[in-house]
Design a protein around this ligand. Structure first.
Ligand code: BEZ
Length: 212
């Protein structure tokens, strides 16, 4: 059965460009972005891997480790990495799983046979330090992903884990947030949101981002 939000993600051991990886050990106490691409030496994938390399500091700032995957070999990954650096201006600075036997692809349901029965789709799994699945995205082979959006959602997840808030459409770090409708006690509201809030509807109350 497909993984669902809140599920504990499966552990695995697989080859990678940085040697054999045991996923849980490698992840440690970090957040993880595990993402698959259809195949090495393909154009859209080349741009995606370059983008993730470029954004590596931003992932690290959020305590996030990134790990790529396709059903290609370590040798193919290593050969292709030179092309990524040459064309994208950023060397791949995170491991790429070499899932030739599809062990991980099958565990995480990354092959969608009616789209392509041999290649992984563009899956994204955001996994928290408790190894719980917090976000999934599935993109077709023809559309490269927006990794700024993945960082944005991680900002939202990390913020809403700490405060009784949620984030509105198109929110970015620093924008106003929404107070949980479950909070109604005026004393608790005053304590949790000392900057005050605006009530547009009883269920829609906005407040400045609490940690800014
Ligand atoms: C690409 O990365 O450009 C790509 C990969 C597989 C199918 C189509 C495009």
């Amino acid at each position: 059965m497909a993984l669902r939000l809140g599920d504990q993600v499966p552990d695995f051991t697989q080859d990678s460009t940085e040697g054999t990886i045991n996923f849980y050990d490698w992840a440690g106490d970090n957040w993880v972005v595990l993402f698959s691409h259809p195949a090495d030496y393909t154009p859209v994938c080349t741009t995606e891997l370059g983008q993730v390399a470029k954004l590596q500091n931003q992932f690290a700032d959020r305590n996030v480790k990134t790990i790529g995957l396709s059903v290609d070999s370590v040798e193919d990954h290593n050969g292709w990495m030179g092309d990524i650096e040459e064309t994208q201006g950023h060397a791949v600075n995170f491991p790429m799983l070499a899932d030739s036997d599809r062990r991980v692809a099958d565990l995480y349901d990354m092959i969608h046979p009616n789209a392509n029965d041999t290649q992984t789709v563009r899956s994204v799994f955001v996994i928290d330090p408790n190894k719980k699945l917090r976000l999934t995205l599935t993109y077709p082979a023809s559309a490269g992903r927006n990794f700024a959006e993945i960082l944005r959602v991680i900002d939202s997840l990390q913020l809403t884990d700490k405060f009784s808030v949620s984030t509105p459409a198109n929110w970015n770090d620093g924008d106003d947030v929404i107070i949980s409708p479950k909070l109604t006690d005026p004393e608790i509201l005053a304590e949790k949101f000392p900057k005050g809030y605006t009530e547009l509807k009883p269920y829609l109350r906005v407040t400045p981002q609490p940690n800014k």
